[in-house]
Design a protein around this ligand. Structure first.
Ligand SMILES: Nc1ncnc2c1ncn2[C@@H]1O[C@H](COP(=O)(O)OP(=O)(O)O)[C@@H](O)[C@H]1O
Ligand SMILES: [Mg+2]
Length: 482
């Protein structure tokens, strides 16, 4: 049944089934991220009789006992009562041949966040009850509890709200959450890894060194700080800036980090911060930070295109921007040291960023336009059938183009070649699928360059920033603290 419903193995708590005499018992542990009340509501909605009144919920007769070891619930559907119209106290329970479904919820006496649920039934569970059980199991599994790094090791004694709640609130706000799946689980085939980003070895190395290692082995960093500092303070990076022209792989790197960090990455799209309602933007941004802090293992907050809401405070700056910026500054300053919350911000226009914000970043990783060597590697990613010398040729003529431009040029070559094949304008070699030749790519790249130039011309005749070489001083700034 779990398989039929497409519920993946490992996405729900382990359960055991036992037959004792005439009774069948199924039980599983309720992970701390799942609320018992939510579970009961879910069970009632599955087992009860649907009613149209009162907002269309479900009616069920629920009896509950509370003893020192367990809460005991029995759930009796009201079908029989409705049919016969009997309504006199206990006799209304359905006590037919089948026994009642009894649900026991055990609280652990030692720690309040551990609970077990047991379904006991004389005879066997009917279809409806099985469905209810599967749904409870799915709910308890929750997306969040799947993650070994998050669901299974909640911090003791903390008053954090359940992680599942933070996750749902964040999702409801429009924050996209990546990297919740445990590493051992089947990865979707389109999952992004370092292999998808050709070249840029230095940037990858810096990301490993400054972000991933610190997240994966915080104790090494802390031990050093304990040995070196008069007063302990964490030396782990808390804010990192990715800067460089559009299409150079900044957002793609964030997605790789999400898969490798072992903590979720909260991708905050521009739309949710730049809200048209007065005061709403700061509130949302503040909420993202506070929810991230409530996650048991922290999170990475990725603020893409941060320049759109954190430009310099002086001059003509919009009042709303000023307020957002001040929230951002406060939040980056105010992180509790033991929390694993790291901010990564990406920008195409570092020169427009507020200096106070820039000074908060522990390190900066520069994504310049790719050099010829990197361009060849990118070209090889999108035109693997070309020979080395053809790729070198393509790399030569794509100077000053970004990774995205090269990808788009290659895509254009493929489309144009496909239409030629269909129209019979190109000859198809019967033995192997005919693939676009170098000329097609050169044409694609030339068209792409034309398009970029005309965009640049439209913008007041000024060449667009991406068509200029990155200023030299940006390159020398790599990963230096300001
Ligand atoms: N180094 C690269 N290797 C392969 N593809 C790249 C590379 N850089 C960029 N791309 C392509 O360009 C697209 C846009 O890159 P993105 O990460 O969104 O850039 P940015 O966030 O810097 O604007 C990516 O989805 C990818 O297809
Ligand atoms: Mg981007």
């Amino acid at each position: 049944m779990l398989k039929d419903k497409g519920i993946r193995y490992g996405s729900y708590p382990r359960f055991t089934v036992a037959v004792k005499g005439q009774k069948v018992t199924i039980e599983f542990q309720i992970p701390p991220s799942c609320e018992v009340a939510q579970l009961v509501a879910n069970l009632v909605s599955h087992l009860g009789l649907k009613v149209d009144e009162r907002g269309g919920g479900s009616d069920v007769l629920l009896r509950a006992w509370d003893s020192s070891v367990a809460w005991q619930l029995t759930l009796n559907p009201l079908e029989k009562q409705k049919e016969t119209g009997v309504n006199e106290g206990h006799s209304e329970y359905r006590n037919g041949d089948e026994g009642d479904l009894c649900i026991l919820i055990f609280r652990s006496l030692i720690s309040s966040d551990k609970a077990e649920i047991e379904f006991i039934k004389q005879g066997s569970l009917n279809q409806k009850e099985l469905e209810a059980f599967v749904s409870a199991l799915e709910l308890a599994g929750g997306r969040f509890a799947q993650s070994s790094s998050l669901g299974n090791k909640p911090r003791e004694g903390s008053a954090q709200i359940p992680a599942q709640k933070s996750i749902s609130s964040l999702e409801a706000m429009g924050v996209r959450i990546y990297g919740l799946d445990a590493p051992h689980q089947n990865k979707p085939y389109n999952e992004i890894s370092w292999d998808n980003i050709a070249g840029y070895d230095q940037q990858k190395q810096e990301i490993e060194d400054t972000i991933l290692l610190a997240l994966n082995s915080p104790q090494v960093y802390d031990d050093i700080a304990r040995g070196t500092r008069q007063k302990f303070e964490s030396n782990r990076p808390r804010a990192v800036l990715f800067e460089g022209p559009p299409g150079t792989g900044k957002t793609s790197c964030a997605r790789v980090i999400a898969n490798q960090a072992g903590v979720p990455l909260l991708y905050v799209p521009l739309e949710i911060v730049v809200s048209k309602y007065y005061g709403e933007s700061e509130r949302l941004l503040g909420q993202v930070f506070s929810l991230a802090n409530q996650l048991p293992d922290g999170a990475i907050i990725f603020l893409d295109e941060v320049d759109s809401f954190a430009t310099a405070r002086g001059g003509e700056i919009h009042e709303a921007t000023r307020r957002i910026l001040s929230v951002l500054l406060r939040q980056i300053d105010g992180f509790e040291q033991d929390k694993k919350v790291v901010v990564i911000a990406a920008t195409n226009r570092k020169q427009d960023l507020d200096p106070a914000l820039i000074s908060r970043f522990d390190s900066m990783i520069v994504f310049g336009l790719p050099d010829e060597h990197n361009r060849q590697q990118i070209a090889a990613q999108y035109a693997k059938h070309l020979t080395e010398s053809e790729l070198a040729e393509l790399a030569r003529i794509t100077n000053e183009m970004s990774g995205r431009d090269i990808r788009d040029a290659c895509q254009q070559a493929e489309r144009s070649w496909a239409s030629k094949l269909i129209r019979g304008q190109a000859t198809n070699n019967k033995e192997q699928p005919a693939l676009p030749p170098l000329e097609e790519y050169i044409r694609g790249a030339t068209n792409r360059r034309q398009a970029l130039l005309s965009v640049a011309e439209q913008r007041n005749q000024k060449p667009s920033p991406r068509m200029k070489k990155p200023p030299l001083d940006l390159l020398s700034l790599q990963s230096t603290a300001l």
